[in-house]
Each structure stands twice: as structure tokens, then as C-alpha cells.
Design a protein around this ligand. Structure first.
Ligand SMILES: [Zn+2]
Length: 155
């Protein structure tokens, strides 16, 4: 992923975060997912008085992309205060489309420090339905150490 493309994705995630509807947690989240066609789809978290109905920014972005007919995801940027990682539900949803999805995590208070990760590191062995045509479950990959924090290279 080119640096300028990554940085633009991060910028968009930070910007869309301001649209979050989070009157209960006050925890604003923005997500931007880039597709193979070069388009970007945005999402923010949407809470509800019935707490369990809340939808995360990451899934909002994925659903927007799917609604537009896109299924090949290249990478995602997620912006929060504190640089939170995606929740388990979002990891599973993302895994449906790209188990190796590169993910850029940004703390909006320190946007210069980007944590670059990979979905497989966050959710190794994601749930998959059995492949009935072969009579067994699909092969699982062994997780590898792909995540790194920018700036840690020199340590
Ligand atoms: Zn989530």
C-alpha cells in the first residue's frame, strides 16, 4: 500500500469519526475501507437507547461497501481516541471478505503514530462454514507475526 493512499485512508477515518452517533458511550469511531477498485467506503459507530443494537464503524463501512457492490477489500483505517482495536464481531465480519486485511489503527490524539496490523493477527482461525463439497473444513493458516508499530523498527 502506497504511503499517500494509506495516509488518505487514515485522514478519511479521522474525519468521518465526527459523524458518529454515540450519545451513550461518547466513544466516537471512524472507519474507512479501501476496495480493489480504488474506492473508499466510510463508516461511523451508531448507538441506540437499546444498547445491543449499536453498530460499529468498521461494520458500517463494510456494509456501505457491500451495498455499493464491492466485496474485495484492500485495507482499512480505524480512528478512535486511544487507538482502539476492532471488536471481535467486526473482526469476524471483516474476515468474511479478507482474512489478511491490512489494518491501520490511529489514535486521533496522536495521528502521527499509526499501528499497522493485519486481520489474521487479530483473528487467527476465524469461523468459517465447513466446505461441504470436500467433506471437511477449509484449511486454516498458521498465524504469523505481521503486526508492527511504526517507529519500532529501530529498537
Ligand atoms: Zn466492532
Amino acid at each position: 500500500m502506497k504511503r499517500d493512499v494509506r495516509d488518505e485512508l487514515i485522514r478519511q477515518a479521522i474525519e468521518i469519526r465526527q459523524r458518529a452517533y454515540a450519545p451513550y458511550s461518547r466513544f466516537l469511531v471512524g472507519a474507512a475501507v479501501r476496495t480493489a477498485s480504488g474506492k473508499t467506503y466510510l463508516g461511523c459507530n451508531v448507538e441506540n437507547a437499546s444498547y445491543g443494537l449499536a453498530v460499529c464503524a468498521e461494520r458500517s463501512a463494510v456494509f456501505a461497501a457491500i451495498t455499493a457492490g464491492e466485496k474485495q477489500f484492500e485495507c482499512m483505517a480505524i480512528a478512535t481516541q486511544g487507538g482502539a482495536m476492532p471488536c471481535g464481531a467486526c473482526r469476524q465480519v471483516l474476515s468474511e471478505f479478507n482474512p489478511d486485511l491490512p489494518i491501520y489503527i490511529v489514535d486521533v490524539e496522536h495521528p502521527e503514530k499509526i499501528v499497522e496490523g493485519n486481520l489474521w493477527d487479530l483473528l487467527p482461525g476465524a469461523f468459517k462454514l465447513a466446505d461441504k463439497s470436500k467433506g471437511k473444513t477449509k484449511e486454516s493458516k498458521v498465524p504469523g507475526p505481521k503486526s508492527k508499530v511504526k517507529g519500532d523498527e529501530d529498537k
